[in-house]
Every structure is written in structure tokens, then in C-alpha cells.
Design a binder for this molecule. Structure first.
Ligand SMILES: Cc1ncc(COP(=O)(O)O)c(C=O)c1O
Length: 371
């Protein structure tokens, strides 16, 4: 394998130092929790090796959410969704194997198959089609050599949400084509129009991936999961996990379990806080003339772009430099997602309301100073 560091990680705010940033609009998660606000009881926890599949109580809770369609033993806890994605790609794809994957995307979904020297058939999502993942485009990209199709719902970086109908169509297409379907549903509980069932519960060839990082604001515990009813694939994923790390962290998994057991307490507050911040973003978008967007239907990020006349006259380098250096404000530039820098990802779910307002205002000021 050939590993290359990705711009989104090289330029990540935690690498720069959070303390150096006034307005952090780069994040793709809800505000990080402080440990003391979780009300957890960890004193009696044994810091031992733990169940290799992951915390049995947590896997049971996840299984119950699928109404038992996914058995707890078909859930594998991983070190974040990132590790689940790595395990899936490296288990299923050898050099030259074909994968159909959408772009823009969370960078790892593209970069790990590349590191494996797999053959990527990229389905481009575009602004004018509302960043829709079109089942017909997926179908057209699949060949008899396709091993895996990889989609993200709700989508990062655009916040687009696939309709139930499109998702069912893609499940049907991939089943008939005889390939596996990876649904990265890390933002599942951030769907504005209601939470969809775990995709893996819909069909045996589907693999769902998610984590505690995004909706639950716990990226630092590095707990995620994959689930699938495909026993053969699951066994390979399980073997990969054991070879990487034997088992997960006893501490991280216990925190995740105790948090998830109280999910009904935390989730409504998270969702209403996100709605308030989305309203701030939407009002700002509606009251400025420089940017246009596909209004998100889920997640906690948006991917606006400069309107054409602005894009033609703006000095992009100056814009990002002014935003970063004069206003100490950061967004996710388009190149993090293999797109033009005329698009930027704005993470509105992570900053506090004041920081968000100030950051958006700084974007306006930086645009005005860069034309
Ligand atoms: C769509 C998507 N999948 C997976 C991840 C990986 O997150 P984590 O490993 O923290 O769960 C991210 C992080 O940004 C993401 O946006």
C-alpha cells in the first residue's frame, strides 16, 4: 500500500492548534462534549482487553435499533468510522479491483481505495443536480468487475440527503449486480426530515458505517462501528480488526456504551441546538450576494460556492489568506474534497452561536476585501 497524507488532515484545525483559531467553521461534527457533562461512572472499570467485536452492551443497543434484524454479533466496533472504512476497503479490494464511489466525499472514502491501487470509478455529484446521488449514474458506472459501491448518506461535504426511493434503487441495483454496498451513514441522526433506518438492515449485501464523532460530539473516544448481515464479509472485517488492534479501548467503549444508553436524553438537545445554528447559517446565506448553495437537508455542514460573477473577479488565494490570517477564521476549502476552491465547506454544528455568527461575518468581510 502507498499512503499519502490528505489535505483535509494536513490542514485540520487540531493540527494547527485549536487555540490559534478564533472562528472554527471547519468541523463536520456537533460541539465536542466535556467529560464532566456526560455524568458517567467509570471507577470500577477494568482496564483489560475487551470483547474483540466490541462492548457487548453497546452492540446490543445498536442491534435493538435495527429491531434485531442485525444481530449484535453482526456489529463490529471500530476505532471511529475512519477505521471501519479502512477495514472495509482493505478487506474487499485488491490491486486493480473496481470500486464505484461518489465525489465530493469524505476524503478517506476515495484515498484508501487509491492507496490500495484499486480502480476507482468516480460518480461526480454536481451542484446543478442538487448533489443528488443518482441511481442511474451508479448503475452506469457498475461493471461485472465491480466489487464495491460506496455512498454517503447524509452526504459530506454537501449536506444532501438521498431520498428513500433513490437509496432503495441503489440497494436494488447493487444486489442485482452482485456487489457489496457501503453506506457511510455517519450523519444518519442528523437528517432534518427524520432518521432513516440503518441501511444494513435493508438488505444482506449492505454494510453500514457510523460513529460517535459527528452527531454525538465525541470524536476523541474514537469509537465507531460497521454492521452487515453478510457473514463472509463480516468475518474478514473481524479478522482485519483483530490483526490491527486485537480489540478496542476498554475506556473508550465504556464511555460510548454509557452515553448511548442515555442517548434519548442527549439527542433531542443536540438536534434542537443544530436547528438553531442552521437557522443562523440560512439567514446569513439569504442576506448576502456572493455565495449560492444547495440547501442542506441533513448533517452539520454546507458546501456553498461563489456565484459566477464573484468567482470571476475574486482572488481566491487572497480570500482564504485574509479569512485565515486577518480574521483567524477557518472553513474547509474545496480542495479538501477534490473540488475547486470556489466551493467551501462551512461547518455550522460545532462552533457556539456567537462564534458561528462572527465567522460568517468574517467570510463576508474577507470576500469584500478580495475582489
Ligand atoms: C462521512 C464521514 N465518514 C467517516 C468519517 C470519519 O469520522 P470518525 O473516524 O471520527 O468516526 C468522517 C469524518 O469527517 C466523515 O465525514
Amino acid at each position: 500500500m502507498k499512503f499519502l497524507r490528505m489535505p483535509i488532515e494536513i490542514e485540520a484545525p487540531e493540527q494547527l492548534g485549536y487555540h490559534k483559531i478564533d472562528c472554527n467553521l471547519t468541523e463536520s461534527s456537533y460541539t465536542d462534549f466535556k467529560f464532566k457533562d456526560l455524568g458517567l461512572d467509570l471507577n470500577e472499570l477494568l482496564i483489560s482487553y475487551v470483547d474483540h467485536r466490541g462492548h457487548p452492551g453497546l452492540r446490543k443497543l445498536l442491534s435493538e435499533e435495527t429491531k434485531g434484524i442485525i444481530h449484535p454479533d453482526q456489529v463490529l466496533l471500530t476505532s471511529g468510522a475512519a477505521q471501519a472504512l479502512f477495514i472495509i476497503s482493505s478487506s474487499l479490494l485488491d490491486r486493480g479491483d473496481e470500486l464505484v464511489v461518489v465525489r465530493p466525499n469524505y476524503a478517506t472514502n476515495l484515498e484508501t481505495p487509491r492507496a490500495l491501487d484499486a480502480k476507482l470509478k468516480i460518480v461526480e455529484l454536481d451542484f446543478d443536480s442538487g448533489y443528488r446521488t443518482n441511481p442511474e449514474a451508479i448503475k452506469a458506472a457498475i461493471t461485472t468487475s465491480t466489487k464495491l459501491v460506496s455512498i454517503t448518506v447524509p452526504h459530506n461535504p454537501t449536506g444532501a440527503v438521498m431520498s428513500e426511493r433513490d437509496l432503495e434503487a441503489i440497494i436494488d441495483i447493487t444486489e442485482k449486480a452482485g456487489c457489496l454496498l457501503l453506506v457511510d451513514e455517519t450523519y444518519r441522526e442528523m437528517n432534518f426530515d427524520g432518521v432513516m433506518p440503518h441501511a444494513a438492515s435493508r438488505a444482506g449485501h449492505v454494510i453500514s458505517v457510523a460513529s460517535f464523532s459527528k452527531t454525538f460530539g465525541l470524536p476523541g473516544i474514537r469509537v465507531g462501528w460497521l454492521m452487515t448481515r453478510n457473514q463472509k464479509a463480516f468475518e474478514t472485517f473481524f479478522a482485519a480488526k483483530e490483526q490491527i488492534q486485537i480489540c478496542g479501548s476498554a475506556l473508550d467503549e465504556e464511555i460510548a456504551f454509557q452515553f448511548y444508553a442515555k442517548k434519548d436524553h442527549f439527542l433531542p438537545a443536540i438536534q434542537s441546538n443544530l436547528r438553531r445554528k442552521f437557522t443562523i447559517l440560512k439567514n446569513w446565506m439569504e442576506n448576502q450576494n456572493h455565495l449560492e448553495w444547495v440547501e442542506p437537508r441533513g448533517g452539520c455542514v454546507a458546501f456553498p460556492r461563489f456565484k459566477k460573477p464573484v468567482a470571476e473577479r475574486i482572488n481566491l488565494d487572497r480570500f482564504y489568506k485574509t479569512l485565515n490570517e486577518t480574521f483567524s477564521t477557518y472553513v474547509g476549502p474545496g480542495h479538501w474534497f477534490e473540488q475547486s476552491k470556489t466551493s467551501m465547506r462551512i461547518g455550522y454544528g460545532w462552533p457556539g452561536e456567537e462564534e458561528l455568527r462572527r465567522g460568517l461575518d468574517n467570510i463576508t468581510k474577507s470576500i469584500e476585501k478580495s475582489q
